[in-house]
Design a protein around this ligand. Structure first.
Ligand code: PEP
Ligand code: MN
Length: 348
């Protein structure tokens, strides 16, 4: 951390600042230049608050040298992390292919969709049982009944399952049925929820909030890591834009950016990012090309009957075609798509 001092700071103020720095166990290095005096801090930056330093008289600015997300940063862990979702690997060259309907609606429907996406090459099945809806009058999900259906169908087809947790009060229940917890965009900064999922050892899919910066996303991941759960996969699902041509603005650069900042795997969700089936294939492939560790796609066999997000669902045939393209691209990129029971991954 570097502290830049105001040109009119006096010696008493400098002394006061140096004493504070030493009192928290850091070593200050004062450097007096012709125009500016700065103090470099040596030691663990997390021991001191940048905002506290900024409020000292005579301080112009404080420039942290390390990112505030200590555990999520590449410095903390220079090798890419690999997250193991009940045998399906994500990260470090392994792609997670998450597919399924927005919400679990019925066992028959779930079964039909799971059979088709599995056949196409998906390795994880998704479906929401607790749905965070903008309107309290919209379908809210089947709750525990939905979790039971998802579990049975996942087991039947050899697909580990991913479902959203919206409320820490449901955590024990959801954990009984799922292989991976999804924290949705609307809850990315629900710090109580993040801390609670951080206390578990179940892998977490953490979606980027619609107005969250990349730093915000990594700080939210830090909440989970700080509680001891290292199994975190990030998800770029689009941010609020100014153009209604797409549901959100797909930020493919976020994928490449995260690669430079963090060891955590990151996948893309072109379904929520674009909201338009005809744009999903291009954005899924762009995400993989940008270095994503997987793709999350909503698939429904009868979108007009879907209880949520029908307009953005791919039909099973459309998913099959895209999955074939993703598998070819994976091969080109030297990545593998692991399936349960084959954790090392088949060459794609
Ligand atoms: C979902 O995955 O169905 C969902 C609600 O996603 P998001 O949190 O990204 O909006
Ligand atoms: Mn959805």
């Amino acid at each position: 951390m570097i502290i830049i001092l105001k040109s009119d700071i006096d010696e008493v103020q400098i002394k006061h600042l140096l004493e504070h720095i030493e009192s928290v166990g850091l070593q200050p290095h004062l450097s007096r230049g012709t125009y500016r005096t700065i103090i470099g801090l040596i030691g663990d930056e997390t021991e001191i608050s940048a905002d506290r330093l900024r409020s000292f008289p005579g301080v112009q600015d404080v420039v942290p040298v390390l990112p505030p997300y200590k555990l999520a940063s590449l410095q903390a862990h220079p090798q890419p992390s690999v997250v193991d979702v009940s045998g399906v690997l994500i990260g470090g060259g392994h792609l997670g292919m998450i597919a399924g309907p927005c919400a679990v609606e019925s066992e028959d429907r779930m079964n039909t969709i799971a059979a088709s996406v599995k056949q196409s090459g998906a390795n994880l099945l998704r479906g929401g049982a607790y749905k965070p809806r903008s309107s309290p009058y919209s379908f809210q999900g089947l709750g525990e009944e939905g979790l039971k259906i998802l579990r049975r169908v996942g087991d039947r087809h050899g697909l580990p399952v991913v479902t959203e947790i919206t409320d820490p009060r449901n955590l024990d229940q959801v954990l009984q049925y799922t292989d991976m917890l999804q924290v949705g965009a609307r809850n990315m900064q629900n710090f109580v929820l993040l801390s609670e999922v951080g206390r578990t050892s179940t892998p977490v899919l953490l979606k980027r909030g619609m107005s969250a910066t990349i730093d915000d996303l990594l700080m939210s991941a830090e909440y989970i890591l700080a509680k001891g759960n290292s199994q975190v996969v990030l998800c770029e699902r689009g941010v609020k834009g100014f153009d209604n041509a797409t549901r959100n603005l797909f930020d493919v650069a976020a994928v490449a950016s995260v690669r430079h900042l963090s060891h955590l795997p990151i996948i893309v969700d072109p379904s929520h990012a674009t909201g338009r089936p005809e744009l999903i294939p291009a954005c899924a492939l762009a995400g993989l090309a940008a270095g994503a560790d997987g793709v999350h796609i909503e698939v429904h066999d009868c979108p007009e009957e879907a209880m949520s997000d029908g307009p953005q669902a791919l039909l099973p045939d459309q998913y099959a075609e895209l999955a074939g393209q993703m598998s070819q691209l994976a091969k080109l990129l030297g990545k593998t798509i692991s399936q349960v029971g084959n954790a090392a991954g088949d060459p794609a």
